[in-house]
Design a protein around this ligand. Sequence first.
Ligand SMILES: [Zn+2]
Length: 214
Amino acid sequence: MVAMWTVKVVSLGVVGLSLSLELLFWLFSRRRSERVTNKVLFFPSKVACVEHIFSPTLPHSHVCSLPHGVDTSFSRLLRYILSACSSLDLCLFSFSNMDLSRAVLLLHSRGVTIRVLTDRVYSAISGSQIGVLRKAGICVRCDVSAVHMHHKFAVVDGRMLITGSLNWTLTAVQSNMENIIITEEPDLVQPFVKEFCRLWGLNDSAQDLNSVTD
Ligand SMILES: [Zn+2]
């Protein structure tokens, strides 16, 4: 009889313990997912003024015909990019969007280390911002391979990955159907950090100073 009660008590204990462990695990994973950024943005983005993102205290003199105070996919994307404190690595096929260029130049002026790896052919097309970035002293390398450097990803501070179908152009932002994932999951971010370093190393460092696309 005593033995049976002991078995019952022990099994109850085991059940209780596994339930508590499960609860702890659930709480832990909830806290973790609250901490780590994981977002999806779809485009085309609503067209709205993004001036307040660059200058949070908009001057009274600011007048434009676009809607104000609207949160859009594009304004969110700009905020994620502008959250960079120490580094921004860009691996982009096409870069002609003026607002994104302005964001990169602003980070550069704040002392954020910026590296841009881009497609040689597309860096030279009309409207490309690559020459502007180079002139500002930003380190740009063009892919030297015979195929297109077709990536569209950014790594912010080595901890946040922004990747998807979106080229950094006005058409992609305002007209095309596109997607972007923003994630801080180390299992996803780290391979991109590694791949960026590999591609950066593959391309001649002598290019940093050449102005072939200016
Ligand atoms: Zn405005």
